[in-house]
Design a protein around this ligand. Structure first.
Ligand code: ADP
Length: 488
């Protein structure tokens, strides 16, 4: 294929929007947070703290406790005691009331939670307000409904909770991932020790305040903060019955090795490199919107992001032009501004990783198309980026970048694209854009991915199971499958 020029398409017009920043005034954030153990915020035994910063401004937001082994022991002990004495004995319909109450309180405080999520993690306020927080509440509502109906969910089976669940979550959907983990665990009668990621602890700590106000019996949910060492102490604790982990494939492998030979159950939701496939019969404008959403939603910090685009050769030039035009209209900037499409990269470390991959792509001979938009001088920002002239073997095609970077390849036949789409170590999600139902059925059955979206992308619902194949992990969260993962 001829090498394309890397200049970016020029639009005839540009819409200017007046700034529309969300006010921070309703966000109540303490300057210092302890560990939430046995229903109370406590100073860490470690006496150590770390800062959480706003990645859009690089300013410190709060000081956060760092849990050590002694702190983890205390949290696990609180969870075990609550399990033995209270939670496993409580009638399921009583458990459900607490879960409902937490769901309602998340809704009541949605605005505050959305602002804090955006300040701590860098995602656009539109996304935290319209997606993260409502979905987090929905997960609690959904699983509250199941708590006293488990015998209908699993007919003819004698079921029992596992005990104490250790839950470790990432920084891309902080409150939502906490909800994915805590809600099904509580509905099935387990107690919990949860650790949010070190760059985004704040909404989990706000959730701890909500849990405290909900009068959930002390010790049923414990939320402790810290980095990898704290996570490892949870994973290796002998009195934990189940590990639920969402994060990188590298850490997933460490966890799997650590629990091998123990009785601990595990669900691992790891990385991804999803194929998004456009056939020539697809409604192209709709498909382009779906591709844009698939890769630039949450700055591309999405394990199921559609990061590998495959376009049928006959419509390639048209689609590429539309994508290049569309990225020019994306607004990158202040995540608290309601106009912003792409917010801040979550951390300096993640920004360095993405920049490293941009260099690798160029070194491999790929052509980079970046939007020309202005970006703030302070904070961690990357312009939306497309790469053409890539090969199946390119590192930017094979490795998860976890940023706003899309690779674009072409194909001619169904078999060819199935082969290319499946040729990856991962298998979390995929997308297909076509007018033909038969093509959708053909592709969805042959795609080795946990979720396959047709003529849409990145759609989530508490009733729908989510999880991967191969190096994307195992076990499912959401829906009935998500309950099964917390039951004997
Ligand atoms: P990323 O590389 O994208 O930051 P990680 O997989 O490192 O993702 O992080 C996901 C979560 O796993 C975070 O809460 C992090 O603190 C935790 N974590 C990191 N290393 C370990 C480890 N060795 N054992 C358990 N948890 C860990």
């Amino acid at each position: 294929m001829a090498k394309e020029k890397s200049n970016t398409a020029k639009l005839d017009f540009k819409l200017e929007y007046a700034a529309a920043p969300e006010s921070k005034s309703s966000a109540k954030i303490n300057s210092k947070y302890g560990l939430f153990i046995n229903g109370k915020f406590e100073k860490p035994e470690s006496k150590k703290y770390f800062d959480t910063i706003n990645p859009a401004t690089e300013e410190k937001i709060a000081t956060i406790a760092e849990a050590n082994q002694t702190d983890v022991n205390k949290a696990v002990k609180a969870a075990r005691t609550a399990y033995n004495n209270v939670w496993s004995k409580m009638p399921a319909k009583e458990r459900a009331k607490y879960i409902y109450r937490i769901a309602r309180m998340i809704q009541e405080r949605a605005r505050e939670l959305a602002i804090i999520e955006t300040m701590d993690g860098g995602k656009p306020i539109r996304e935290s307000r319209d997606i993260d927080i409502p979905l987090a509440a929905n997960h609690f509502f959904y699983y509250a409904g199941w708590a006293d109906k488990l015998q209908y969910a699993f007919p003819n089976k004698k079921i029992a909770p596992l005990g104490v669940a250790g839950q470790i979550i990432p920084w891309n959907f902080p409150l939502l991932m906490a909800a994915w983990k805590i809600a099904p665990a509580l509905a099935t009668g387990n107690t919990v020790v949860l650790k949010p990621a070190e760059t985004t602890p704040l909404t989990a700590l706000k959730l701890a305040e909500i849990i405290q106000e909900s009068d959930l019996p002390p010790g049923v949910v414990n939320i402790i903060t810290g980095a990898g060492a704290t996570g490892a102490a949870i994973v290796n604790h002998p009195d934990i019955n189940k590990i639920a982990f969402t994060g990188s494939t590298d850490v997933g492998k460490i966890i799997q090795r650590a629990i091998a030979g123990t009785n601990k159950k595990a669900t691992l939701e790891l990385g991804g490199k999803a194929a998004n496939i456009i056939f020539d019969d697809a409604p192209l404008d709709q498909a382009v919107e779906g591709v844009i959403n698939g890769i630039f939603f949450n700055q591309g910090h999405v394990c199921c992001a559609g990061s590998r685009l495959f376009v049928q050769e006959s419509v390639y030039n048209k689609v590429l032009q539309k994508l290049r035009d569309r990225i020019e209209t994306l607004i990158v900037g202040d995540p608290l501004d309601k106009n912003t499409d792409i917010g801040a990269i979550n951390s300096k470390q993640q920004m360095d990783t993405i920049l490293k991959y941009l260099k690798i792509g160029e070194k491999e001979g790929a052509v980079m198309h970046q939007s020309q938009c202005s970006i703030p001088k302070k904070g961690y920002f990357i312009r939306p980026t497309l790469f053409t002239n890539v090969a199946q073997s390119s590192r930017i095609v094979q490795e998860e970048i976890f940023g706003p970077v899309l690779t674009i390849q072409t194909f001619r036949t169904d078999d060819e694209v199935i082969e290319k789409a499946n040729n990856t170590p991962y298998g979390l999600s995929a997308g297909v854009w076509t007018d033909k139902g038969s093509k959708i059925f053909n592709l969805t059955t042959k795609m080795r991915a946990g979720v396959v979206w047709a003529n849409t992308f990145n759609k989530f619902d508490p009733t729908s199971p989510f999880g991967g194949y191969k190096e994307s992990g195992f076990g499912r969260e959401g829906g009935l499958h998500g309950l099964g993962a917390y039951l004997k």
